[in-house]
Design a protein around this ligand. Sequence first.
Ligand code: FES
Ligand SMILES: [Fe+2]
Length: 410
Amino acid sequence: MQAANEQAVAQRQEELSPQDGYDRNKLRTQVDVASMLSDAHFTAEREKVFRRAWLPIGHTDDIPAPGSYFVQEVPTFNTSLLVVRGRDNQVRAFHNACRHRGNKLVREGEGRRNGFMCNFHGWVFSAEGQLDVVTDRRMFEGLDPNEYALIPVHCEVWENLIFVNFDRQPRETLEQWLGPQFFGQYQGYWDLHQKVASYSFEVNANWHLCVNAFTEGYHTLYLHKHTARDYQGGRINPQRHRPHMELMQRHHRYSAPGNPDHRILPVEAIAIKHGRKQLPAFDFDSSMLPPGVNPSRYEYWAFDVVELFPNFVAITGNHFRAELTFWPIDAGRTLITNKTYNYKTRNLGERISQGYFRSRGRDVVREDLSTLEAQQQMLAAGVLPHLVLSKQEIALQHHFAVTADMLEAA
Ligand code: FES
Ligand SMILES: [Fe+2]
């Protein structure tokens, strides 16, 4: 019975049907990653991958009211963006540069303002990016303020996720970029939770290594053996094979298997008593979730891992989700942002309960990060001819194949 179940799960993982939308013949089990660590390779990726992609940078509920804004650093393009909700409720993204002499208009953070005043000479821009005030204007002969609005970046919203595109003219609409398997499948999902943690850090590792660390479950038995010993897999799926996997034209998603026999620790029991069990949690009806979440309606579902190519990984659960964004700084450095979301709390007990799961999640992510610089060092040594990838790492195979597709495109 147990063997049959395990076999069934393993088989499902291998059944990537044509509806996946990606030609499996293009996948490679051997990938020469060392050759991808050069400055020249990264420069090509910046222009052909990152500049042509729609890149998620935040959520509309981060900027709930007219004048609400946040600043997002984008080291990949040596810029900083100011993302603002206008008085017309439209969400816009601008290069965060004053049009006078280029001072960074808003240094960092988020908030709400009636206008954005540059602290250098006092020019003021509206929430829609118009230049409203030029101090001592008569000294600027013939200046037309309409010609000095903030420089916009293409910006679109899907569900409540905000995307930007750095191409002069995007080659695809956001809908085309996301594809049919995403576009209509997450209705309401991104509104389910509230943000409970957000932090950023730089890692001395290439961006591919960073993304790859979060899109396979193979490592969880080993790297997380102390912090997340038995949340996944268990008796019915000891190797933690995924019950569901979809490779799309650019993106992919898979489901991680929860362990029905997870042994609850004493401190965890207290957290669950005052709030909701977050992982593994089978106490809800998956049919209430939109079709993109737990797409196969797997009974022992833990969460999904979604890679929105190239640099965004969302871990989508029912009571929680996490969003990791990977901004390459150069060929060997990456700025990572990690945001954690939990169900909306109704009382203090639930907040404290969430604190337990949040700290547990942070320990797990710390372990995920712990291999990156070591891996970078040894790959940069150039002694490995290639990396060898299993079916458990098929999402990595897909990630590299899509990268190659985009680099080969005209
Ligand atoms: S640089 Fe902003 S007002 Fe001069
Ligand atoms: Fe991990």
